[in-house]
Write a protein that binds this ligand. Sequence first.
Ligand SMILES: *[C@@H]1O[C@H](CO)[C@@H](O)[C@H](O)[C@H]1NC(C)=O
Ligand SMILES: *[C@@H]1O[C@H](CO)[C@@H](O)[C@H](O)[C@H]1NC(C)=O
Ligand SMILES: *[C@@H]1O[C@H](CO)[C@@H](O)[C@H](O)[C@H]1NC(C)=O
Ligand SMILES: *[C@@H]1O[C@H](CO)[C@@H](O)[C@H](O)[C@H]1NC(C)=O
Ligand SMILES: *[C@@H]1O[C@H](CO)[C@@H](O)[C@H](O)[C@H]1NC(C)=O
Length: 197
Amino acid sequence: MNPLPMGMLILLIMMHGTFQTLYDNSIGNNIVISGDSHANWATDLIWLDEHAYDPTTGNGSIGVEFAGTAVSSPSPYGQNISLATANEASDLLVQYNRELQWSELYYRGYFELQISHELVEANYFGMPTIVNRNPDEISLANFTVLSGANALQRNPSPGGGIVENGALKLGKTVQTNSTNDTATGIYFISNDPVEDL
Ligand SMILES: *[C@@H]1O[C@H](CO)[C@@H](O)[C@H](O)[C@H]1NC(C)=O
Ligand SMILES: *[C@@H]1O[C@H](CO)[C@@H](O)[C@H](O)[C@H]1NC(C)=O
Ligand SMILES: *[C@@H]1O[C@H](CO)[C@@H](O)[C@H](O)[C@H]1NC(C)=O
Ligand SMILES: *[C@@H]1O[C@H](CO)[C@@H](O)[C@H](O)[C@H]1NC(C)=O
Ligand SMILES: *[C@@H]1O[C@H](CO)[C@@H](O)[C@H](O)[C@H]1NC(C)=O
């Protein structure tokens, strides 16, 4: 048996204590911002196996977790990964993780959070290529969390049910490659074959 790496063990113990505190005291409106995995994802926040959870409605969730990809480091699924291979891996991740609503492994980029009293909105962006210096970005996905909901918004499902890339549990992926040249604000269709080196 492989022992858990120490960092992972400490993280698990911390998460256990954090979940216990949040659930025991019914603390809601939790938004966790994550990184380090070099991948984009959006997930409901739940203590799996301890509390009931319905992935379709989000019932049982006590918040939301948004993770941002890397700006320039490669995809965790491999340098020079193709868009098709990255999306196959995202399909599996979303299929096997009940709480994971969106996974995206291809694009390098960033996300913005808009926070108000009524809602939190996450807007994800990816660069069509980082092989050269350029001002181009693609809107990848948008998510909303309503105050008090403690889960990603459904009905319409996350992002209105459509994301640009990756896999969305309650919706679909529709690739447009519609790209904002942020130097001019003029949109064009990019087809860069290599996102990353
Ligand atoms: C949500 O889950 C709780 C406990 O598991 C259950 O009592 C409640 O009826 C559920 N609510 C909805 C809207 O499904
Ligand atoms: C990715 O592509 C670049 C350029 O072709 C090459 O130098 C590099 O070794 C490749 N990396 C991997 C992990 O295949
Ligand atoms: C995200 O929202 C922005 C602003 O409303 C919109 O321009 C963009 O197309 C949306 N992106 C996706 C993937 O739906
Ligand atoms: C596109 O880029 C322009 C220039 O940076 C910016 O003003 C605009 O808000 C961008 N469009 C979207 C939908 O983000
Ligand atoms: C979008 O661009 C990618 C390369 O980055 C390409 O694999 C894909 O076929 C393109 N899709 C569309 C709909 O143009």
